[in-house]
Design a protein around this ligand. Structure first.
Ligand code: ZN
Length: 492
């Protein structure tokens, strides 16, 4: 009995100790392992910076001593993450000049993919604003930036030989009836600069060219790419799911996408191109297109999804010729029709469907990234009563924090999950200020979901750290993460 009591007491003490160790530092995302040692550090000068390949390329170890800090890292990525942790500790020390405890942080990410998607298609994001956004991403150890470059409301990628993308597709007359024209297009050089800027911070840029749907802006410039060409098509000024799907039977589109992919190859070193694939109402478009009807009859295809499968396979082979692979938003009917090929990476996003999608993608051999609407859609309001365009659910900080990318399931059912991604659809995010307001502080929660093992995560500790992080971010980035019901910039 005494022995049992001793064991219980020790267990209670070790839980208490673990909690105390965690509470010593205000690092987000929470490191995988923290051990406090004797003493107090009043300086965090970097005393040594060593390569230790045995740690693994994205792992690092940071030792805080009374004289300063020692870093060892497994690779370029691990070194970047270790230096970021050191920055956060330096910010903590600046707020507590009496000193912070000495200790050893042994750290590496739970998942290799910790992404954020921004949507310059709906509202153009000038390059200097994107770089500020990237600075904050790096401070929270995100490592993938997905650029949603095309949609019904705008096309932002220049493509040689297609000047109307700039003169027509990159401009719209107004947004949601506000009467204010909006436009923007990146230059090839700006995008290359962004890629280099991100690479220096450990972030890979993945371009997204949404297809076959979400293409009204393209239709405004090149109506001949579509099943039912309408020369009066305008770039969309509202939201919603449109009927502008490119027609696979127009030879022009294959020439066009070859030019698009050439441009992507020259700008983005990433081996991935996101081909969208969400919200494509085939039944209202390809299903009725005379060219499609005839083609399906000739080929003996049973339905429009067989045609889609051929379309995506052709896109994949065009990308393969340029050293790239497609990735997709997951749509269940596409999966049922075997449109995805084994090994294709997909994102789960639709509200409520992530648990079933985890099961389905495991069976199909599809690597999965969790962008579950109910946790990761950071364009939704974060405090009840904030503007929701009449339909968006409120996703509180705690709701975002609750995400366990594995949904509590065992390793053997979830070993195809490669990470998490926050998405900021921008219909209602017209400026950097709007974008950052909704992104933070919920992105800190998603960062921790993607990085930290569940056994070191705690909502209470996260809230404590976040209070400190607000001060760090204000001082380091001149950005205020405080959120109240009233302090959101208004959307008009
Ligand atoms: Zn067609």
């Amino acid at each position: 009995m005494l022995k049992l009591l001793n064991i219980l007491a020790c267990a209670a003490l070790s839980v208490h100790l673990a909690a105390a160790q965690q509470a010593a530092y205000s690092v987000i995302p929470e490191p995988a392992k923290t051990n406090l040692t004797q003493g107090t550090a009043r300086t965090l000068k970097l005393l040594s910076d060593k390569a230790s390949p045995a740690l693994g390329k994205d792992a690092y170890q940071l030792t805080v001593t009374p004289q300063g800090a020692h870093l060892s890292s497994g690779g370029k990525e691990g070194r970047i993450y270790g230096l970021v942790t050191l920055q956060q500790l330096q910010d903590q020390l600046a707020a507590h000049p009496e000193g912070i405890p000495c200790g050893v942080i042994k750290d590496k990410p739970r998942y290799p993919w910790r992404g954020m998607m921004v949507d310059p298609a709906r509202h153009f994001i000038p390059m200097k604003d994107l770089k500020k956004f990237v600075d904050l991403m790096a401070y929270y150890k995100f490592n993938k930036l997905q650029l949603h470059l095309t949609d019904d409301q705008g096309w932002r990628l220049p493509v040689p030989g297609y000047p109307k993308l700039k003169s027509i597709s990159s401009k719209r007359a107004e947004s949601f009836g506000n009467g204010t024209p909006h436009e923007g297009m990146y230059t090839r050089q700006e995008l290359k600069d962004l890629v280099a800027y991100c690479a220096a911070r450990g972030i890979e840029v993945i371009p997204e060219i949404d297809m076959p749907g979400h293409n009204q802006a393209l239709a405004a410039a090149y109506p001949e790419f579509f099943c039912f060409p309408d020369h009066n098509t305008k770039v969309s000024t509202i939201g919603g799911v449109g009927l502008y799907l490119v027609c696979p039977h127009k030879p022009e589109i294959w020439k066009f996408y070859a030019a698009v992919f050439d441009e992507l190859r020259d700008i983005f070193p990433s081996t991935m191109v996101h081909l969208g694939g969400d919200e494509a109402p085939l039944e209202k478009t390809w299903e009725k297109c005379p060219l499609s009807v005839k083609y399906r009859q000739q080929k003996g295809m049973k339905d429009v999804h067989e045609e889609l499968k051929e379309f995506e396979a052709k896109m994949a082979s065009m990308l393969a010729a340029r050293g790239k692979k497609p990735i997709f938003w997951y749509e269940k009917p596409w999966a049922q029709a075997s449109v995805y090929r084994k090994g294709d990476t997909v994102f789960t996003w639709r509200m409520g469907l992530t648990p079933s999608t985890i099961t389905e993608t495991k069976k199909q051999g599809l690597p999965l990234i969790i962008a579950a609407g109910e946790h990761c859609y950071l364009d939704y309001p974060q405090i009840p009563g904030q503007d929701n365009r009449g339909w968006m659910p409120t996703t509180t900080l705690e709701q975002s924090y609750k995400l366990d990318p594995a949904y509590g399931r065992p390793e053997q059912e979830t070993d195809h999950i490669i990470g998490v991604q926050a998405t900021m659809w921008a219909e209602q995010l017209p400026t950097l200020n709007h974008l950052l307001y909704r992104t933070y502080p919920r992105a800190c929660a998603i960062a921790e979901a993607g990085w930290s093992p569940m056994n070191v995560r705690s909502w209470e500790n996260f809230q404590r750290k976040l209070a400190d992080q607000r001060q760090f971010v204000l001082k380091r980035f001149n950005y205020n993460m405080e959120r109240t019901k009233e302090n959101e910039p208004p959307f008009k």
